[in-house]
Design a binder for this molecule. Structure first.
Ligand code: SF4
Length: 208
């Protein structure tokens, strides 16, 4: 049944883009580890995590808005969606999603996919074009606009398809050891320095 179909969490798009294994650890194995960085990010999100609608001249601001696209098997929550008054879309306004992040360090490309996924969901739900959105960085209080280009949409839907395959297979991807592991809050769960199944024999031999 359509409403009961497995949906790819919008937040998983960012995790998958950063590291496939991190995405599996969080979304398949329900692992999460609070670090200084994630705690600051969580505190920032708590400010926009209460659902609500605010009316201002020329626009409405929706917070913690639930989104989904059954067509693209995506679902989740947008921190903020601004609906600008627009005579071309009198009933809905022109939606503009804004995703909150702690800082731009190592996150920009990954967060773009999550934001674009929100735009794709809004288009599916409201039937109006969503050509762009923005990422707001709490540390610098700067906002960066992101155009939902054909390439970004393609990358987002490709990632969503791959995540769906992972969720359906129930298999967490292998580690991808690299510099990004130093920043990863799940490093202690992942143990990226351990070899995968193919190298396990020689690793154990080396211990004896
Ligand atoms: S420690 Fe490295 S390989 Fe493991 S989940 Fe984090 S980034 Fe991925």
């Amino acid at each position: 049944m359509e409403g009961d179909e497995l949906l790819v969490p919008l937040s998983a798009l960012e995790h998958w883009s950063y590291c496939h294994r991190q995405c599996g650890l969080i979304h398949l194995e329900n692992l999460w580890s609070e670090s200084g960085r994630t705690m600051e990010g969580r505190v920032l999100h708590e400010k926009v995590d209460l659902p609500g609608l605010e009316q201002r001249p020329g626009l409405r601001i929706a917070r913690a808005l639930e989104l989904r696209s059954d067509t693209h098997r995506l679902g989740g929550r947008a921190d903020v969606v601004v609906f600008f008054d627009d005579p071309d879309y009198p009933s809905t306004g022109r939606p503009f999603p804004v995703e909150y992040k702690r800082s731009s360090r190592n996150t920009f490309l990954h967060a773009e996919l999550q934001l674009c996924g929100q735009g794709i969901c809004l288009e599916s739900m409201l039937g109006v074009p969503v050509p762009s959105g923005a990422i707001y960085y709490g540390a610098s209080r700067r906002r960066r606009e992101v155009a939902f280009t054909g390439k970004l949409r393609g990358d987002t839907l490709k990632a969503a398809g791959e995540i769906l395959q992972m969720l359906e297979s129930q298999r967490t991807p292998p580690a991808e050891p690299g510099a990004k592991c130093e920043e990863c809050s799940l490093r202690d769960h992942c143990l990226p320095e351990l070899p995968g199944p193919a190298g396990l024999g020689s690793y154990l031999e080396g211990m004896s």
